[in-house]
Design a protein around this ligand. Structure first.
Ligand code: ZN
Length: 310
């Protein structure tokens, strides 16, 4: 089987207010809400999926919004930054847009040969825009509030902070097909050939206690082409002494979770079947989707959830 790495599948974040998160990611950043569902492990909480338009693997940032959650704090053993890929010549556009939205940002600064702008989302999660000429050809969302020529194409990658990076680097290379693409001080860049979601930065840091809560990444999911590759990856993870869960059917993809050596919760998610397998196009992001096992409790579940409008 071809083991070329496919990179990141999705990144899931603990959110605060669902409406505020939706307003920010849809109206300010121009992403598409493609799936409005519940946390399949806790149906009293939404699970919201924001994507680049098509919802291709490598473009979904997802949230468990929980307004009462304590404010989280970044620390070692966490994914501390989520990076989106935008066209290389969109620096001026985004600097102007973020300023117009009243958002403070750092940059543009250069990192691993790309221009980067960094800012915070409403729950203080660090976001980055990475200006990358390789994503120019990837389509953005036509109905976005951001003109398609400047739109977010999906993830560029994420930064994982940990006290020792060697074991996680080894796992990303041997199981997920990443390659070491260079170092810069405490940073190690690992890359696949995917233009969207293809990069991970490991940041070697001193131990720092983070707090799980609002604005903190819950887990980072990596792509498996299909169930066969997912089972192979799961076996490799188990063989390296880690403890993956059984395969869980999430209906738009299948999931396996495990604690990575650096402390970040990882997931192995299959590329398919995709969001379109769960809902008709016209219902995507509009109608609450429930797994078949919860459909008979729809009335009660809908009543307990706050309304979220676009
Ligand atoms: Zn996930």
């Amino acid at each position: 089987m071809d083991r070329a790495g496919k990179g990141i599948h999705h990144i899931t974040v603990l959110g605060g207010d669902g409406q505020r998160t939706t307003d920010f990611y849809v109206k300010t950043l121009g992403l598409r809400l493609i799936m409005k569902t519940i946390n399949q492990d806790d149906p009293s909480v939404y699970h919201l999926f924001f994507v680049n338009g098509t919802g291709q693997p490598g473009s979904s940032i997802t949230f468990f919004p929980w307004p009462m959650a304590v404010q989280g704090k970044p620390g070692s053993g966490q994914a501390t930054a989520v990076s989106f890929a935008v066209p290389a010549d969109s620096v001026h556009f985004w600097a102007e847009r973020l300023s117009a939205e009243g958002l403070d940002f750092d940059g543009p600064f250069e990192r691993f040969g790309k221009q980067v702008i960094s800012f915070l989302d409403p729950d203080l999660l660090t976001l980055e825009l990475v200006f990358d000429e390789t994503v120019d050809a990837v389509g953005a969302w036509d109905d976005s509030s951001v003109p398609a020529e400047h739109g977010i194409r999906g993830f560029w990658g994420t930064t994982l902070e940990m006290t020792g990076t060697a074991e996680t680097a080894d796992l990303l290379e041997t199981v997920f097909g990443f390659e070491n693409a260079g170092m810069d001080g405490p940073l190690t860049l690992l890359k696949t050939s995917e233009t969207v979601g293809g990069s991970v930065i490991l940041n070697q840091v001193e131990p720092k206690r983070g707090v799980s809560g609002r604005g903190v990444v819950h887990h980072v999911a990596f792509r498996a082409r299909d169930s066969e590759e997912q089972l192979w990856m799961r076996k490799e993870v188990a063989n390296s002494g880690l403890s993956p869960t059984p395969v869980i059917d999430r209906h738009f993809f299948k999931s396996v979770y495990f604690q990575s050596p650096g402390g970040v919760l990882f997931e192995i998610a299959t590329d398919g079947p995709g969001y379109g397998a769960a809902q008709d196009e016209k219902d995507l992001g509009v109608k609450l989707w429930l797994p078949p096992s919860l459909e008979n409790r729809r009335d009660m579940i809908e009543k307990r959830l706050p309304e979220i409008t676009l």
